[in-house]
Design a binder for this molecule. Structure first.
Ligand SMILES: [Zn+2]
Ligand SMILES: [Zn+2]
Length: 276
């Protein structure tokens, strides 16, 4: 396992653990004066954590490796690529095999990946034909979860320290936060929470950007690589493009992390009129 994979994975689990711990032990119990808000916040947080974790592990365990078996001679390699219906098959030197259109070799995973998108260092796996859908749902719930986390911490701070439109509200502007904490006029608890809100919001923007970038590519029938090179060969219209990634009932994976059958096997594609 490469060091970037380990770093990304440790960062994800560390941040998730800190946020969940702070929300459940400090922030949410303080909503007891409003029973509806407290139950709603507890329920929503639990649901989002469940969705995040299940899609994280589904993405990790549904790898999109392509292994055609080792090919020793150029003749048999050519036979395989032709027999598999491909004019656009290329040869991967590290894997010693021909790989189908849209697949690429990942130097981190050390495998050819079907419909390779990008390598995700947070999950430590390549995103491809089988698991891009889980990554999309994962980033969607991460964005929503981080937004809700920041909102709940914000409500807590407003109730326990002071509203933003007040003298106490100055403590929420980071240079002031840091200055007040160093000079001892701000409690460490409040300083920690304000710092966490800023980190939470930055991560939220990062996750939402990842979701938006990949989702727009899905709507256009492109991988990130194809979007970079403006390849539109596989665009079959918005709804069919969604089905190619999520399955026929493409809304279901947003609620249930179940691997619905996909129209393509990841090797053969409709409209592969040209290679790239
Ligand atoms: Zn390869
Ligand atoms: Zn990879």
């Amino acid at each position: 396992m490469c060091i970037a994979n380990i770093g990304g994975t440790v960062y994800f689990w560390l941040m998730t653990s800190i946020l969940v711990m702070v929300l459940f032990s400090v922030v949410l119990p303080e909503f007891h004066s409003d029973t509806f808000l407290m139950h709603f916040a507890f329920g929503l947080t639990l649901y989002i954590i469940l969705e995040m974790m299940s899609n994280y592990f589904m993405c990790l365990y549904n790898r999109s490796y392509f292994e055609s078996g080792k090919i020793s001679s150029p003749q048999s390699a050519k036979l395989l690529s032709t027999a598999s219906g491909g004019k656009n098959w290329d040869y991967c030197v590290p894997c010693q095999q021909y790989y189908p259109p849209r697949a690429h070799h990942c130097p981190v995973c050390k495998h050819c990946i079907l419909k390779r998108d990008t390598h995700c260092f947070v999950i430590g796996v390549c995103l491809g034909h089988k698991n891009l859908r889980f990554f999309l749902v994962f980033t969607f719930y991460c964005s929503v979860g981080l937004f809700c986390g920041a909102l709940f911490m914000w409500i807590y701070l407003s109730q326990s320290h002071g509203a933003i439109v007040s003298w106490q509200g100055l403590s929420y502007f980071y240079p002031v936060t840091l200055f007040q904490w160093i000079t001892g006029s701000l409690q460490t608890r409040i300083f920690g929470l304000v710092t966490l809100v800023y980190m939470d919001m930055m991560l939220c923007v990062g996750c939402a950007s990842q979701f938006a970038w990949h989702f727009i590519n899905v709507l256009r029938g492109q991988t990130s690589h194809e979007a970079d090179y403006d390849v539109v060969t596989y665009d079959q219209g918005v709804f069919q493009n969604l089905s190619e990634v999520f399955g026929r009932f493409w809304i279901i994976p947003f609620f249930l992390p179940y691997p619905l059958q996909l129209p393509s096997d990841g090797v053969h594609w409709k409209k592969p009129t040209k290679g790239y």
